[in-house]
Design a protein. Structure first.
Length: 404
């Protein structure tokens, strides 16, 4: 009987979590998964910014990212229709479910004995990582159930592929990524790399054949995709195509890389040089004086009626692969649209983070009703990715979407 009270407490907590949708009014429940994705990306950017600024250390940041990813997976795996279906049950439903769960827990404990319960509690206390793994597995199973109902959800298949890869289930990850790529007519470099990486891991790190072809396909979509360059170089080295491997890695070397990856890349280049006899050129400083992005911003006519009076226009650039902090920002009255702006190093928010230090940027134009650059639901925006090779030409950016 000493276990009955803790069991009841755990049952109440579990039921309370399961019935969270009932405690909120219907209008407050999200209607689309996009809202969860936007919140996830915003929080992830905050974590990265805190880590970059030294407010939290790398270990804490990684734990926060893992927890955030698990929450997103749980939200994605939960069908949206469930909350609406139970809403009609009234406010008595949560109390009824809690009572039933408590009663069931007590009865089960008495009939089935305490050894299963004790083993479960011991697992949570002694092996939290293993318990978390079991929870993630359960969430993945729910995601699979949802995909069986919506088999054309490419984003869902890609999410399943990432989850399977993290869990070490590489063959299943490759299958999920292959499904996502088959459903995605426009193709995405990250998903192609994910499929190739999973296939290679499933076949004892063998990058030949289909994995190598997928990396090359990703580079046709995005010649500066860092992960694709890394794996394409490895695939070429495995095939003894040393000039191709050198070319891929030297292109990757030009990008701003985390210190550990930069060190690993230099080691690979030196090993490749010893095997092939090819010389590794010395690092060169890319001339960046005068680098500027010319951006022509216009508003889609269909959204003209949705611009609130007194709104603010923000035009800013972030590194496509780097810290979340904007590298250059312009703030203007929305009445100046259409407008042409220039983004350059003079607008840097931090002296150590400048536009010229990167080779690919995501440029955003956002109309904010609240006067803040942070995205808010209902804001209007447009985005485009620009590479250094394209920086000499003006970028035409149309504000044509609504922030969910």
């Amino acid at each position: 009987m000493t276990m009955l009270l803790p069991m009841a407490v755990l049952a109440v907590l579990a039921a309370a979590l399961l019935t969270r949708p009932w405690w909120r009014p219907a209008a407050a429940r999200p209607r689309h998964r996009d809202a969860n994705v936007v919140a996830y990306r915003s929080r992830l950017a905050e974590i990265d910014a805190d880590a970059a600024s030294g407010l939290i250390d790398a270990g804490i940041a990684e734990n926060l990212r893992s927890e955030l990813g698990a929450r997103l997976l749980a939200d994605a795996a939960a069908p949206e229709a469930a909350a609406d279906a139970v809403a009609a049950g009234g406010r008595f439903a949560p109390w009824l479910l809690i009572a039933l769960v408590v009663a069931f827990a007590g009865t089960w404990y008495g009939l089935a004995g305490s050894w299963k319960t004790q083993r479960t509690l011991d697992l949570v206390v002694a092996h939290p990582d293993q318990a978390q793994s079991l929870m993630v597995q359960a969430m993945v199973e729910r995601l699979q159930q949802r995909l069986r109902k919506s088999p054309d959800d490419a984003e869902g298949w890609a999410m399943l592929g990432r989850s399977r890869f993290v869990m070490g289930q590489y063959a299943e990850a490759a299958q999920a990524y292959a499904k996502a790529n088959a459903l995605n007519p426009s193709q995405t470099a990250d998903w192609l790399v994910g499929e190739g990486e999973s296939l290679a891991m499933a076949h004892d790190h063998d990058l030949s054949g289909e994995p190598a072809a997928l990396f090359e396909q990703a580079l046709k979509l995005d010649p500066d995709a860092g992960k694709a360059l890394w794996y394409a170089g490895l695939a070429a080295a495995q095939a003894q195509d040393y000039p191709q491997a050198m070319a891929r890695w030297l292109r990757l070397r030009q990008q701003p890389l985390p210190p550990d990856l930069a060190t690993a890349l230099e080691q690979r280049l030196q090993e490749l040089s010893q095997i092939s006899g090819l010389k590794v050129p010395a690092r060169t400083t890319v001339a960046t004086a005068g680098l500027a992005l010319q951006v022509k911003v216009a508003l889609a006519p269909a959204l003209a009626s949705r611009v609130p009076p007194g709104a603010t226009l923000f035009v800013f650039a972030k590194a496509a692969e780097g810290p979340p902090m904007p590298l250059a920002v312009q703030r203007l009255p929305v009445t100046q649209l259409p407008v042409e702006v220039t983004l350059d190093d003079s607008m840097a928010m931090a002296p150590t983070l400048k536009l010229s230090q990167f080779d690919r940027w995501v440029v955003t134009a956002r109309i904010s009703a609240g006067g803040t650059a942070l995205p808010q639901s209902g804001d209007l925006q447009g985005q485009a990715t620009v590479t250094r090779a394209q920086a000499s030409k003006p970028l035409s950016l149309t504000i044509a979407e609504v922030v969910p």
